[in-house]
Design a protein around this ligand. Structure first.
Ligand SMILES: CSC[C@H]1O[C@H](OP(=O)(O)O)[C@H](O)[C@@H]1O
Ligand SMILES: Nc1ncnc2[nH]cnc12
Length: 289
């Protein structure tokens, strides 16, 4: 099978350069309209598709990003592995603005988003103890280091609803009591949906600020995030350029089982399944339905 990387670009990343045969095109999804068209092409011979999470011009707020349509659209294009590139605040002194954290755990504090492709008519429960793909994450860490970035391998990302930033009490709670390392507004439910769609998922969180807990730094605001993002965006593009050599164009099945997540997940008896929901699942769950 061909490796096909999907990059979901967060705040400050609305395109990527250097794709051979690059073309923006519309992908229709039964789950709604994706955030934007998808830029497809090849990098070092490897298939790559890029989707700006907030749309070009940053039009979608974190609560309104069409997460299901985005993952479904990438699945329909044949994407096997998604790399999420996001801005985040840091709860750790040593995870400084400009550094990349390769996230391996999440705490989901979002509450106003559709979080599953499944539901009444086709109930499924996928395993999510290890929400990111170690194979893909390791490649991202190597590529980022080779691009000269300071990389922290492993970290817990707290996903908040937003769009307001956290209060000081929340920031201290997440950092001191809950052990979160970074905070952002978008990786949930994206990571959950990628797992349901049997797509490997890695999260590259680019630190832009110290949120509001740090006594020696100003509390986060958009100006601070944008100032750091300008440098981070270039680093992310250099990281992406290193991926084809590390991952190769031919894809072995995932050693961690991300691409077989639905094997034991669907509970609803075949004769009780809702045909309308099954029709919408025709890309995400195509392998098992
Ligand atoms: C511009 S600051 C807050 C905004 O930035 C992050 O976006 P993304 O995760 O897509 O890079 C954060 O989650 C918020 O949506
Ligand atoms: N401090 C912060 N909180 C939430 N999302 C962010 N994105 C970038 N910085 C952030």
């Amino acid at each position: 099978m061909d490796m096909h990387i999907g990059i979901i670009g967060g705040s400050g990343i609305y395109e990527i350069d250097g794709l051979d045969g690059a073309r923006w095109h519309r992908v229709d999804s039964p789950w709604g309209t994706p955030s934007d068209q998808v830029l497809t092409g090849r990098l070092g011979g490897m298939k790559m598709s890029f989707l700006p999470r907030h749309g070009r011009g940053h039009v979608h707020a974190p609560s309104d990003v069409p997460y299901r349509a985005n993952i479904d659209a990438l699945k329909r294009l044949g994407v096997t592995d998604v790399i999420s590139v996001s801005a985040c605040g840091s709860f750790r002194e040593n995870m400084a603005p400009g550094d990349f954290v390769i996230v391996d755990q999440f705490i989901d504090r979002t509450f106003a988003r559709a979080k599953s492709f499944f539901g009444s008519g086709c109930v499924a429960h996928v395993g999510f103890a290890h929400p990111t793909c170690a194979r893909l994450s390791t490649a991202c860490a190597k590529a980022a280091r080779a691009a000269g970035v300071t990389v922290h391998e492993g970290g817990t990302y707290l996903a908040m609803e937003g769009p307001q930033f956290s209060t000081l009490a929340e920031s201290r709670l997440y950092r001191d009591q809950w052990g979160a390392d970074v905070i952002g507004m978008t990786n949930m439910p994206e990571a959950k949906l990628a797992r349901e769609a049997e797509i490997c998922y890695a999260s590259v969180a680019m630190v832009t600020d110290y949120d509001c807990w740090h006594p020696d730094h100003d509390e986060v605001d958009v100006a601070q995030v944008i100032a750091t993002l300008t440098g981070n965006g270039d680093k992310a593009k250099r990281m992406v350029a290193g991926l084809p050599d590390l991952l190769g164009v031919n894809r072995e099945s995932c050693p961690h089982g991300c691409d077989r997540a639905l094997d034991m997940a669907i509970m609803t008896a075949p004769d009780k399944r809702d045909p309308a929901l099954l029709a919408k699942l025709n890309a995400v769950a195509r392998r098992v339905l």
